[in-house]
Design a binder for this molecule. Structure first.
Ligand SMILES: [Zn+2]
Length: 445
C-alpha cells in the first residue's frame, strides 16, 4: 500500500459490502486497498477527493453493436467508446453483427481487433457469432478469446448474419457445450412472428402487435429445452416479454444453466408513450406496455433477470423512417444507460448498489471478467464518479454517439457522470477526453 500512486476518496464508495465513506488506493492500474475514509494518505500518492459524489465501479456493458469496420457510418470504436466513457462505462463487449465482416471466423476477429486497437477509449472484448454454416469455426474462435457466441432464432436484420433453425441451434449448442462455452440468444420465434399481423406503417400499436410476447416466450421455452438436454450454458438477450418470466424462474429452479438480461429502454420507456412514426423507439423485441415493465422490474429485484445492458444498436438517421415495418430496429443509448436506469430505479425504491449489481458486477460475471465489476482490492481501478441527485435534460447534440438519434431526447434524467477512470487513469472529465487508453480483452482461460 505504501507504493500507492493514486488515492480516491469519497463519502460514498459502492463496495460489495455496501456504500460507505472510504479511501481507495491504486497502484499499477489496480485497486490495492479499500481503507477507512480518514486513512493516512501514503507518502507520494496523488489524492483525488471527489467529496460527496459517488464512486462506483465502471460499468461493464456486454451488449453493444459497434459496427466497425463496415458500417462505420452507423457507429465505430472511436465514437462508441467515447460515448461509453462519458456514460460511466469502462468495458464493452462488441456484438458480432452489423460490422463487415461479422465476427464469425478467427480471421474476422483479427480484422476487428486490428480496427479497435487504436480507437478504444475503454476496454473492449468481442462476442463471436454462431451461423448455420460456421460450426467448425466456433472452437477456434473460443480459443482465440471471444467471450461466447451470439445467435438469432429469427431473421437478424442483416443478410450476412442468418438465423439458426432448431436443428442448427442444437448442432451449434452441442459444439459450444462441448468446450464449455456460452451461447447468447436473440429469442423470438420466426413462426410466431410470421403468424402475427404485419400492417406496417407509422402506428406503434401495429408494430407492437407484429412482435407479440408469445414469439419471445416460445423461443425461450425451446432454448431452455435445448439447454436442459445438452446441459449447456445459455443466456437470453434483451428480454422484453414479462410473460416469459414464469418459465425462466422454473428453468432456473430446476438447475438449467440460464442467465437473462434486459435493457434500459424496456425498463424506462413504455409502448403507451411512443408517438406514432417515432422509430427511434423501434427495437426487436419491442418496448412493451407499462404493466409489462412493472413485471420486468420485479424480476430484476428478485434476481430472475441478472443484468441490464444497452443493446446499443444505432444507424444513420435516414434509416429511422416513420414506417415501423421498414425502419432500422435498434435503440441508441450507450451514453445515457446509467442515468436512464438510475432515474427509474430510484423512483421505484432501488439503490445505486442495485444498479451497480445489474450493470457492472453481474455483467462482468456473465463474461468471466473477474478483474472488473467491483471496487475491491485486486480488481482493475475502473471507476465512474457520479452525482446521483443532479439532473440533466437529454440534448442529442451533447451525445458522443456517431448518430445523435435517441429515444431519450428531451427527457430529464438523474445522475450526472463527472468523470470516468480506466485502470487508474481519468479518461474523461466534464466532457474532456484523454487519448484512447483502452485495451483489447480476451475470455479468461
Ligand atoms: Zn443486440
Amino acid at each position: 500500500m505504501s507504493d500507492a500512486e493514486l488515492v480516491l476518496r469519497s463519502t460514498r464508495v459502492i463496495t460489495p459490502e455496501g456504500t460507505r465513506a472510504a479511501t481507495v488506493t491504486v497502484s499499477a492500474g489496480k485497486i490495492t486497498a479499500v481503507l477507512p475514509y480518514d486513512a493516512v494518505i501514503p507518502a507520494g500518492a496523488r489524492l483525488e477527493d471527489v467529496g460527496d459524489h459517488v464512486l462506483l465501479p465502471g460499468l461493464v456493458d456486454t451488449h453493444v453493436h459497434v459496427n466497425d469496420p463496415g458500417r462505420t457510418e452507423w457507429e465505430g470504436f472511436w465514437t462508441a467508446t467515447r460515448a461509453a466513457a462519458a456514460g460511466g462505462i469502462t468495458t464493452l463487449i462488441d456484438m458480432p453483427l452489423n460490422s463487415l465482416p461479422p465476427t464469425t471466423t478467427v480471421d474476422h476477429l483479427r480484422t476487428k481487433q486490428d480496427v479497435a486497437r487504436h480507437k478504444a477509449h475503454i476496454d473492449v472484448g468481442f462476442w463471436g457469432g454462431a451461423l448455420p454454416d460456421n460450426v467448425k469455426d466456433l472452437r477456434p474462435l473460443h480459443e482465440a478469446g471471444v467471450f461466447g457466441f451470439k445467435s438469432f432464432l429469427s431473421p437478424s436484420g442483416v443478410d450476412e448474419f442468418p438465423h439458426l433453425d432448431q436443428e442448427q441451434l442444437a448442432r451449434s449448442l452441442a459444439e459450444i457445450a462441448g468446450f464449455g462455452g456460452l451461447l447468447i440468444v436473440h429469442a423470438e420465434d420466426p413462426h410466431h412472428l410470421a403468424a402475427a399481423p404485419q400492417h406496417g406503417g407509422p402506428k406503434y400499436a401495429d408494430f407492437l402487435a407484429s412482435r407479440p410476447r408469445d414469439a419471445e416466450d416460445t423461443a425461450i421455452a425451446a432454448l431452455v429445452a435445448q439447454a436442459r438436454r445438452l446441459d449447456a450454458r445459455v443466456h437470453v438477450l434483451h428480454l422484453s416479454s414479462s410473460d416469459a418470466l414464469p418459465l425462466i424462474r422454473a428453468a432456473r429452479a430446476e438447475g438449467v444453466r440460464l442467465t437473462v438480461e434486459t435493457c434500459p429502454h424496456y425498463l424506462t420507456l413504455t409502448a403507451e408513450e411512443v408517438p406514432d412514426g417515432a422509430s427511434e423507439f423501434k427495437c426487436c423485441p419491442p418496448i412493451r406496455e407499462a404493466a409489462n415493465q412493472d413485471l420486468l422490474w420485479e424480476a430484476l429485484a428478485d434476481g430472475t433477470i441478472d443484468c441490464v445492458v444497452t443493446d446499443h444498436s444505432p444507424s444513420t438517421a435516414d434509416l429511422k423512417t416513420d414506417d415501423f415495418a421498414t425502419a432500422w430496429g435498434g435503440i441508441s443509448g450507450l451514453q445515457l444507460s446509467l442515468s436512464a436506469v438510475w432515474t427509474e430505479a430510484r423512483k421505484r425504491g432501488h439503490g445505486l448498489e442495485d444498479v451497480v449489481r445489474w450493470m457492472s458486477t453481474q455483467t462482468a460475471a456473465l463474461v468471466g471478467l473477474g478483474q472488473k465489476g467491483a471496487i475491491e482490492a485486486g480488481r482493475d481501478a475502473d471507476f465512474a464518479v457520479l452525482a446521483p441527485d443532479e439532473t440533466f435534460t437529454v440534448d442529442p447534440a451533447g451525445l458522443q454517439h456517431r448518430n445523435r438519434v435517441t429515444a431519450y431526447a428531451g427527457r430529464t434524467l438523474y445522475g450526472v457522470v463527472k468523470s470516468t477512470w480506466l485502470r487508474g487513469e481519468r479518461i474523461v472529465a466534464d466532457g474532456e477526453f484523454t487519448d484512447p487508453k483502452g485495451t483489447l480483452l480476451s475470455r479468461p482461460r
